[in-house]
Design a protein around this ligand. Structure first.
Ligand SMILES: Cc1cc2nc3c(=O)[nH]c(=O)nc-3n(C[C@H](O)[C@H](O)[C@H](O)COP(=O)(O)O)c2cc1C
Length: 199
């Protein structure tokens, strides 16, 4: 009897330490721009940042912001000019700090504003460095009419080894900035549609 109990204890320890039953770990990684905005004036907290924080709140995920090293202009016109140049040049603007090690996470919620029908190039800078192969990446964006557009399909093309979900969440920037209740509902519905247990 003692022998069998010892065997069972050994097997239990092996299974637990293998991480087979470890809780799913997720992280929200986002880029968001403050300053003069297309439809909501000058903002201190970006539209995408608001959605990112709501996703983290509902899922309990960690959160990390992609911050460009050379700040995008506060003035809207200047910002769109620089963004357009970066897109055309397929630039990889530097970001601040060290990207989190994705090996520690199963699911990555990736947020950004729709800029010229694409995720901003600094998001690509992040993905170039992050080891995203095999990772489940769930994109979300804010926009002012274009929705998710082809932002997610472009990411999937650029990072074919990452599992980039095409059923991304898109919320209007003005809604994200001003209507926390709708953001909460949209996030909850999206998570449910993906089979993710939220709050
Ligand atoms: C450089 C730039 C390009 C943009 N391009 C688009 C676009 O192609 N389609 C669209 O619907 N909105 C576009 N927008 C509007 C933003 O997607 C929208 O305001 C978004 O909510 C900003 O999010 P943020 O505050 O997190 O940066 C653009 C804004 C900027 C600054």
């Amino acid at each position: 009897m003692k022998f069998y109990k010892g065997i069972i204890a050994m097997i239990t320890t092996a299974i637990l330490s293998s991480g087979a039953f470890a809780a799913e770990k997720s992280i929200v990684i986002y880029f968001s721009h403050t300053g003069e905005n297309y439809s909501v004036g000058v903002i201190k907290e970006g539209n995408t940042a608001k959605v990112a924080k709501e996703i983290a709140r509902q899922t309990g995920a960690s959160i990390w912001e992609i911050k460009e090293a050379e700040a995008y202009p506060v003035k809207y016109d200047e910002c769109i000019n620089r963004a357009k140049k970066e897109l055309q040049a397929k630039a990889r603007p530097a970001f601040v700090g060290t990207a989190p090690d994705l090996a520690a996470y199963d699911t990555i919620y990736l947020g950004y504003p729709n800029w010229w029908g694409s995720a901003p190039m600094v998001v690509y800078s992040f993905l170039d460095k992050a080891k995203a192969d095999g990772k489940r990446i769930l994109p979300f964006c804010t926009h002012e009419g274009s929705g998710l557009g082809s932002t997610a399909s472009k990411l999937a093309k650029a990072y074919p080894n990452a599992k980039i979900e095409q059923k991304g969440l898109a919320i209007r920037g003005a809604t994200a900035q001003k209507d926390a209740k709708t953001v909460q509902q949209n996030v909850a519905e999206w998570l449910k549609s993906l089979g993710i247990k939220g709050e």
